[in-house]
Design a protein around this ligand. Structure first.
Ligand SMILES: [Zn+2]
Ligand SMILES: [Zn+2]
Length: 293
């Protein structure tokens, strides 16, 4: 997501059609800009994987690493966390209050960001709950701020690791780098289906048919929501596992494709899928849970 001018243009094009997203998209574009600035300063050594372990993992379609094996640049993520608090402070909602509390907890060393980032990587709910209690904000808000601060580092690490995959096909519903579930699929200009990891943002190609989670291939139990007003979006649902995943058909997109921007701009589809009784694939979805609360 390097080109900020293009990102802003895509945001403006979305807002012309759906002005209700103005506040939230403006907020996220500022977050994405801050993430880009930090991305250039990240210094991490690549994770190295022993050749025999690598063969085993690739041979069994196993992810290269567990999420807690991502190497952190504590300093870069710490600086980004402060910037994100500054950005959120200007809002007038629960997020702004959370940002003020979080900033003050960091300023007077009531929390250690290294402990926070490690707890997010390890999905250590107990530590996250203790930290959020110390700060006086919800665990959801804390995870959201932390994850947004860590994302550029995690994505840099995933980029380094992806060279191990050597363009191998991975026709599975979990990320070949870190094992997390996707939060979005997209169809490229030739109609091929790709999944985007909710955690490390690695993208991989999968077959066009079938549920990405339970691999159900029965066409009678696989459906999708589609609205003629939003030709670029689709929500695939599976009757067998009752999961859904949002998708973007880039062939119908009238703007540059920024997966994370489209994820935020399609929250109405999450609501629609939820009302119809489906749940998202990924448990890890701090943005959707907390931004509007
Ligand atoms: Zn991943
Ligand atoms: Zn399924």
């Amino acid at each position: 997501m390097a080109d900020i001018a293009l990102l802003e243009k895509s945001r403006d094009q979305i807002l012309k059609k759906r002005p209700a997203y103005t506040d939230i998209l403006n907020f996220y574009v500022r977050v994405f800009q801050a993430q880009e600035e930090i991305r250039r300063q990240i210094r991490i050594d690549p994770v190295s994987i022993d050749p025999s372990l690598l063969d085993k993992k690739l041979g069994h379609d196993m992810p290269l690493i567990d999420p807690d094996q991502f190497v952190m640049d504590q300093s870069a993520s710490g600086r980004l966390l402060e910037t994100l608090c500054d950005i959120a402070e200007n809002r007038s909602d629960a997020l702004s209050k959370a940002a003020v509390s979080l900033k003050s907890a960091m300023a007077n060393s009531r929390i250690n960001t290294e402990t926070l980032f490690d707890a997010v990587l390890a999905s250590d709910g107990e530590t996250l709950s203790t930290l959020s209690g110390t700060i006086g904000i919800t665990a959801g808000h804390l995870i959201m701020f932390a994850f947004l601060s860590m994302s550029p580092v995690i994505e840099t690490g995933a980029g380094q690791l992806s060279v191990y995959l050597k363009d191998r096909s991975h026709d599975k519903g979990y990320c070949p780098v870190c094992g997390n579930y996707p939060d979005l699929f997209f169809l490229d200009d030739t109609g091929k289906r790709h999944l985007k990891c909710s955690f490390c943002s690695h993208c991989w190609e999968v077959g066009r048919m079938g549920c990405v989670i339970c691999e159900n291939n029965d066409p009678d139990t696989r459906q999708y929501f589609f609205s003629p007003e939003e030709k670029e979006y689709r929500v695939d649902v599976c009757e067998a596992c009752r999961k859904y995943i949002k998708g973007v058909d880039t062939r119908h997109l009238d703007r540059a494709f920024f997966p994370k921007l489209e994820l935020v701009a399609t929250m109405h589809l999450d609501i629609k899928a939820g009302e119809a009784g489906y749940t998202s694939l990924s448990d890890f979805d701090p943005i959707k849970e907390e931004t509007l609360s």
